[in-house]
Design a protein around this ligand. Structure first.
Ligand code: SF4
Ligand code: SF4
Length: 679
């Protein structure tokens, strides 16, 4: 169909497109390669199938709450796959007259019909996105409008010129129409079949080149835009985090050259890939409790600004001149932003490409705290209290066991052969509400006839808040002291009723066991064999096995209650069903789910160490959550975290709703035990 001269032009166009396409790709790969190393090459086959499944079935976009957006994306995605195939065909047609990839096969007939159907779905999808972005204007879409205009225009042009070309082709060669039903419809309704052969020939040339130009302009533009996500996103999914989402990797403080991220290249290559994968959909921003409550933090803008900063710093990165790079805080990110994150993980969970926002914020905190000694003034006392008394309030370390007075509870020193160790955590040991949970757990363990002990004054803060506030040194000091204590006793099952302690001991302590010079082989083996059991799993198991004598539920005593999922049990560790099972058994069937529940739960505002920081500016996160509880119409709000319990009680009191009781699941079980020895 094309003359030799036209074929040369087509070849040059293909080559130019390849060059323009790969320049930004190479730039990004260079930046990624200049960052810190990180091993994400385990379980390659599992990673491959996970990614394939997520992308091909479009679960990456369909799995979250924006169902219409997800469906519109699906329509464009499958349309794009069909059009990509037809682009290859289109180019080859330029060299081989009448070329069709699928020959005269049945699949070729079906494919020709489906491409026409996809032309309609793609146009509908584009109209949906354009309407949403430019008419509805949600806050989530507040970046790169020009980029969107260009891409929507390119997709529109590619689709329309395809239909134009195909319709002329059908009119010129009716025998080759296959099942191109839309093109045939266009031909008959626009009277294209009546055109003279010369007019058809001219139109064929014009439509061929228009479509070619639209396609190649689109391809060349994509890696310069946020639509690069169509390549980087699946790669990012492939390298997603395998550990539970709330886990922070240990820094080897003896050998580390960097503490956290002070300059762009202190981030790992995966952090850079994260930034290049963002599609700027704003899902993370929509679910962020910090953003929702009016803080300056938006997880979307963290990733967006990181990407812009990486690209703008390409010169010094390429020349390996780290000294010329900006300091990330305060030149790229503000201190206010990075200290507002509760590490709730809602952003990571909802992101179609599982971009890890909290990690970046913790890396930035680590650098400020460890390398620069800069942190909010209120944390000075907090860190000092942990250093001196191993608890956040600076209360006497020697009074840690006082909560157990009069309960006849043995310590591990008294009873090293105990089957279970009840980990009390700082709240359980010192906080009045937390102590009630500790006593409830002790009551339950006794009622079940289980043999248990506590570490008592030998237990220290697990270090969760210190770590999330960037003080890795303090975290490791506390954690290693705890591990040494555990290694002295040989109690193999630890029950924890604080999700922060659970996450830390279960997911983060194991990485410290192998640090050089700390433990001998026997101790390592023992420490690695310890079972960390959350109290919700423990209680669910006891109740399922009928090991607890519960009072008979009277219909008239049934309460309407709700359950607040703690981030570090729920989203970060997948414990959604266990607390609900416990509540069904102990509080009856009156559960009313909150508007945001299970994986979509809304943080109480205390995670990430923010329990110890004054909350400003904007609303209080716990007030937003308290409002949801009030709206649920419940008489009782159950939770499974002492941090959440405090925040929800405060929030409900501030909202004038302190008639709604807040209780831990353990307290609810203990109060329904058919025994008289409860505290
Ligand atoms: S972890 Fe939570 S608070 Fe932090 S940025 Fe993500 S959604 Fe916001
Ligand atoms: S980080 Fe993820 S959720 Fe947030 S805007 Fe980017 S792609 Fe969307």
């Amino acid at each position: 169909m094309l003359t030799i001269a036209e074929q040369i032009i087509l070849t040059l166009l293909v080559l130019a497109t390849v060059v323009v396409f790969f320049i930004p790709v190479i730039k990004r790969i260079w930046i990624i390669a200049s960052c810190q190393s990180e091993n994400r090459f385990d379980s390659l086959l599992e990673r491959f199938f996970y990614t394939l499944f997520r992308v091909i079935l479009q679960l990456c976009t369909l799995r979250n709450e924006r169902i219409w957006t997800g469906l519109a994306h699906v329509m464009i995605f499958y349309g794009a796959l069909a059009f990509d195939t037809m682009t290859i065909n289109h180019v080859l047609e330029g060299y081989v007259d009448g070329f069709y990839l699928f020959g005269s096969s049945a699949f070729g007939l079906v494919f020709s019909a489906s491409v026409d159907a996809f032309a309609i779905t793609v146009l509908a999808g584009i109209c949906f996105f354009a309407f949403k972005r430019f008419v509805l204007k949600p806050k989530a879409y507040n970046t790169s409008p020009f980029d969107s205009v260009l891409i929507y225009s390119f997709i529109f042009l590619v689709t329309v010129t395809y239909l134009y070309y195909e319709a002329i082709l059908v009119a010129s060669h009716p025998g080759e129409a296959r099942w191109a039903w839309l093109s045939q419809f266009i031909v008959s309704n626009l009277g294209l079949a009546d055109l003279s052969p010369a007019a058809l020939g001219l139109n064929l040339k014009i439509s061929y080149w228009l479509h070619t130009l639209a396609v190649f302009s689109f391809i060349a533009y994509v890696p310069h835009s946020k639509y690069f996500h169509m390549f980087a996103g699946p790669v990012n999914l492939f390298f997603r985090k395998h550990e539970p989402s709330g886990t922070i990797k240990a820094i080897d403080l003896e050998t580390a050259e960097n503490f956290g991220a002070g300059k762009a290249t202190d981030f790992t290559w995966k952090d850079a890939l994260d930034s290049f994968s963002c599609v700027e959909c704003g899902r993370c921003q929509d679910v962020c409790p910090a953003f929702s409550s009016g803080k300056t933090l938006s997880p979307k803008m963290i990733i967006y600004n990181l990407e812009k900063h990486f690209l703008a710093s390409f010169g010094p990165i390429r020349k390996r001149k780290k000294g010329e790079l900006k300091r990330l805080v305060p030149e790229v990110f503000s201190e206010e932003e990075i200290w507002a994150c509760t590490t709730c993980g809602a952003c990571l969970h909802v992101c179609p490409f599982e971009i890890e926002h909290p990690k970046k914020l913790i890396d930035l905190r680590q650098n400020l705290v460890l390398a620069e000694g800069k942190f909010p003034a209120q944390l000075r006392d907090f860190f000092h209290h942990l250093e001196s008394q191993a608890n956040p309030w600076g209360l006497a370390a020697g009074s840690r066991i006082d909560w157990a007075k009069g309960l006849n509870i043995k310590t591990a020193a008294d009873k090293p052969s105990a089957s279970f160790l009840l980990w009390t955590g700082c709240f359980g040991a010192y906080d009045e509400q937390g102590r009630k949970i500790a006593r409830a757990m002790a009551t339950i363990l006794k009622a079940a006839g289980l043999d248990f002990a506590v570490l008592g004054n030998e237990e220290k803060c697990c270090g969760d808040s210190a770590r999330r506030l960037g003080n890795e040194y303090l975290f490791q000091t506390l954690a290693i002291e705890n591990l040494k204590t555990l290694a002295r006793y040989r109690i193999k099952n630890i029950i924890i009723f604080c999700p922060h302690g659970y996450n830390t001991l279960k997911n983060e302590y194991p990485a410290l066991i192998d640090l050089p010079g700390l433990f001998n082989e026997e101790e390592k083996e023992f420490l690695k064999s310890i079972r960390i059991i959350s109290h919700v799993e423990f209680l669910a198991n006891l109740l399922a096995k009928k090991k607890l004598p519960l009072k008979k539920a009277e219909a008239e005593n049934q309460v309407v209650y709700t359950y607040h999922d703690a981030c570090y049990y729920g989203r970060h560790n997948g414990l959604f069903d266990e607390p609900r099972q416990v509540l069904r058994e102990s509080a009856g069937e009156g559960l009313k789910e909150l508007q945001n529940s299970r994986e979509h739960s809304f943080c109480c505002g205390a995670g990430g160490g923010l329990m110890w920081l004054e909350e400003k500016p904007g609303q209080h996160v716990n007030h937003l959550r308290a409002q949801e509880i009030i709206q649920s119409g419940s008489d009782l709000a159950a939770t499974s975290c002492p941090f959440c319990l405090t925040m929800l009680q405060d929030g409900l009191r501030d909202k004038g709703a302190d008639h709604i009781k807040v209780m831990d699941v353990a307290q609810i079980v203990a109060s329904n035990l058919d025994v008289s020895e409860q505290s």
